[in-house]
Design a protein around this ligand. Structure first.
Ligand SMILES: Nc1ncnc2c1ncn2[C@@H]1O[C@H](COP(=O)(O)OP(=O)(O)O)[C@@H](O)[C@H]1O
Ligand SMILES: [Mg+2]
Length: 234
């Protein structure tokens, strides 16, 4: 059984339908990447999966349960955590406070989880008292991911985690994503750095025009000349 299976998802905003029936599947332990042109609905798909945008028809099954129609808080509690593309930290709070906020649905001792996050992201420990608004783009992205991990998710959805980062920092983000996956967290990724992300992905999906275009293993999509020409810059 797939960990996550979205089937024929239709979603949009007001009169506008953005997704016209998109299907993706992710098995437990996998990293799956979604690529596609700007505005094709990648973020909308993630928001539909986590309940921030209504699924108009189709379904989203997580661990065999149809979660479409549930509210985002219920979905987070079920083990699915979403890191949006931007505005993903509280700028006026310190790093530590952001991590404490991340733990708001946890009842157990979250201090030890904060320590685990500082192990994974030593840079954050060094700046724990700094306000998130003063962090560099790379540190802020790490904090957003760490905040989501405070909830101990089964599946982490990351919307363009390397967007806007200097090339030198992109590798660091991908290395942390690999670490998180190695620790047992499944990952659904939307990325502009398609080469980097497909290379480490078990599966990749190409969306365009609100529908599925192509799907294959990450490396096979990387080698696909059509994908190369349109999405990987040659
Ligand atoms: N909150 C919103 N209200 C209305 N239209 C939106 C909203 N968010 C996104 N859109 C539109 O939906 C389409 C898909 O957007 P999005 O899912 O963000 O694409 P992607 O993440 O692939 O770049 C775009 O045309 C965008 O302008
Ligand atoms: Mg987007």
């Amino acid at each position: 059984m797939a960990l996550l299976e979205a089937s024929n998802v239709v979603a949009g905003y007001g009169e506008t339908e953005v997704l016209h029936g998109v299907s993706i599947k992710l098995n437990a332990g996998q990293v799956v990447t979604i690529i596609g042109p700007n505005g094709c609905g990648k973020s909308t798909l993630m928001k539909a999966i986590v309940g921030l945008v209504r699924v108009r028809s189709g379904s989203v099954h997580f661990r065999g349960v149809d979660i479409s129609g549930h509210d985002p808080e219920w979905i987070v509690r079920s083990g699915l955590c979403y890191v949006p593309q931007s505005d993903n930290v509280f700028p006026s709070m310190t790093i530590r406070e952001n991590l404490e906020m991340g733990a708001f649905v946890r009842r157990d001792d979250y201090q030890s989880r904060i320590d685990e996050m500082f192990e994974l992201f030593p840079d954050l420990r060094r700046s724990a008292r700094r306000k998130a608004g003063t962090l560099s783009g790379g540190q802020r992205q790490m904090l957003a991911i760490a905040r989501a991990l405070m909830l101990d998710p089964v599946l982490l959805l990351l919307d363009e985690p390397s967007a806007g980062l200097a090339p030198a920092l992109v590798e660091g983000v991908f290395n942390r994503i690999k670490d998180i996956n190695s620790a047992g967290v499944s990952i659904l990724l939307v990325e502009q750095n398609a080469k980097e992300s497909l290379r480490m992905s078990d599966r990749g999906y190409v969306l365009s025009g609100g529908v599925n275009q192509l799907q294959d293993t990450g490396p096979a999509l990387l080698d696909n000349p059509e994908v190369g020409r349109v999405y990987l810059g040659g």
